[in-house]
Design a protein around this ligand. Structure first.
Ligand code: GLN
Length: 469
């Protein structure tokens, strides 16, 4: 675009055409902003003409998950209860990307209020994995991952509470970055579990993720949990070489007696071993480390997020938008009816469980206990980071499963998050990278995960860039 080989309008038109051709089957988008995207592209072309303020993201067409607010656009968080809700303001990430002159192509499908792992919990539609249309794209940012995988967007914003960026990235064969908790402002993100939620990226390459991350990261006074990141987005050569002498830790609690990751399906196990070998070929070393509390990450995660989700969901009453019946009823009956009609099954399950773990007499036994375990898991990471640079593990135990296969068994669905929730509980940055390029892949995609020290997004992405090369 900078060399004027094509215009911003042509780039946007290309992706809109891709969406029109492919999305009838994939169903990644809930809405395509055809008109406003072309207008934004036109403005970019004017800038290009004058050669002013041209940055690396100028005119780049991106998709946005349905839980991130864009002023004037509908944002439902995948839920019926927010049908017709139009954002009154821009999320901080959107404001920053607008300053970078990104073109917004549309909003993508997600599990209702970011609860799930397959995008099947969306109130609107089921998204299909572009690699095999009978399979799920993963979740909850399944729409964003599928959009990037099917080349219907250059990149997409997602959100990750316990794996919602990384696991769909793994299932769809793209790169997924969950930043450190606090590195990216949550202002304008429809909350799921507030002490876990982070906005992040689904991209084709680790370098793309680094470029967009450096545009959205940084201090924001509108999010009190937001901290300053030391990531500058600059890739110095010597730094790049430095990651090749990294030592990556593997928690021995996740391994069987033969030193292989426990509980993986065959395709995943084979691909994970191959990716380890390739990293070793780069000069990277592996070291077994002990993290005694890591096996409690999954129950700790689910108890805490149920509690936080049930608290956050209390605000949705269906009165201003959504399912309101508007009949002459008592306030209590109106709430009951709106919430019953507006929330899906998984959301209701979590409201009930979350209310239970927070209730008097059970708080100490569940939520209070989980908080303590969370602290011990954080300590485990802190200890191992004194002897290794980052942690290596699979992103998901399996490849993408069939649509309908796990939706009937919520517990089986939760178990699939075993590898992603650890970084979430500890608030650490993590990236999922495809083990194999699309061109070389024979079967379904598999992703491996690199978990870094707090605010070391630059390092884990550089490991990704070295691997991609
Ligand atoms: N699958 C996890 C859950 O259902 C993670 C979801 C997410 O990261 N938003 O909570």
């Amino acid at each position: 675009m900078a060399e004027k080989k094509f215009s911003a309008k042509e780039a946007t038109e290309f992706f809109i055409k891709q969406i029109k051709e492919k999305d009838e089957e994939v169903k990644a988008f809930l809405e395509v902003f055809e008109e406003s995207a072309l207008e934004e592209a036109k403005r970019v072309d004017e800038i290009l003409e004058k050669r002013e303020n041209f940055g690396v993201l100028t005119g780049v067409p991106m998709a946005v998950k349905d839980n991130i607010l864009i002023k004037g656009k509908e944002a439902t968080g995948g839920s019926k209860i927010l049908k017709g809700h139009r954002a009154e303001y821009d999320a901080t990430v959107i404001k920053k990307l607008k300053e970078s002159k990104v073109v917004f192509l549309g909003r993508t499908n997600m599990d209702e209020f970011a609860m799930g792992s397959s995008t099947e919990n969306s109130a609107w539609q089921v998204t299909h994995n572009p690699n095999d249309l009978e399979r799920v794209p993963g979740g909850t940012s399944g729409g964003s991952a599928a959009a990037v995988a099917a080349e219907m967007a250059m990149a997409a914003l997602g959100s990750d509470t316990g794996g919602s960026i990384r696991q769909p990235a793994s299932f769809c064969g793209v790169v997924g970055l969950k930043p450190t908790y606090g590195a990216v402002s949550r202002f304008g993100l429809i909350a799921a579990a507030s002490s876990f939620d982070q906005i992040g990226l689904l991209t084709k390459t680790a370098e793309d993720a680094a470029i967009i991350f450096s545009a959205i990261a940084g201090k924001d006074e509108l999010d009190s949990t937001n901290s300053v990141s030391d990531f500058g987005g600059e890739f110095e050569k010597d730094d790049f070489e430095r990651v090749k002498s990294f030592t990556l830790g593997i928690p021995k609690e996740l391994l069987d007696k033969d030193g292989k990751f426990k509980g993986l399906d065959l395709e995943t196990a084979v691909e994970i071993e191959k990716s380890k070998k390739r990293l070793e070929d780069l000069g990277i070393k592996f070291k077994e480390v002990s993290m005694p509390f890591i096996e409690y990450a999954l129950p700790c995660y689910y108890i805490m997020i149920f509690a936080e989700e049930s608290s956050n969901l209390a605000r949705f009453d269906g009165l201003r938008y959504g399912a309101s019946t508007k009949e002459n009823k008592s306030l209590f009956d109106l709430y009951l009816e709106n919430k019953s009609a507006g929330f899906g099954e998984e959301v209701k399950r979590r409201i009930i469980l979350g209310t239970f773990v927070l209730s008097s007499g059970y708080y100490d036994a569940y939520y209070g206990k989980a908080e303590k375990v969370r602290r011990l898991i954080k300590k485990d990471f802190k200890n191992v980071f004194s002897s290794v640079d980052a942690i290596f593990m699979p992103t998901a135990p399996t490849v993408a499963y069939k649509i309908g296969e796990k939706i009937i068994d919520p517990l089986a669905m939760y178990m699939g998050d075993i590898f992603t929730v650890t970084a979430s509980v500890a608030g650490l940055p993590a990236v999922s990278l495809p083990t194999e390029k699309k061109e070389n892949r024979k079967k379904l995609p598999v992703g491996f995960q690199i978990i870094g020290k707090p605010f070391h997004e630059g390092e884990i992405l550089k490991v990704g860039m070295a691997y991609e090369k």
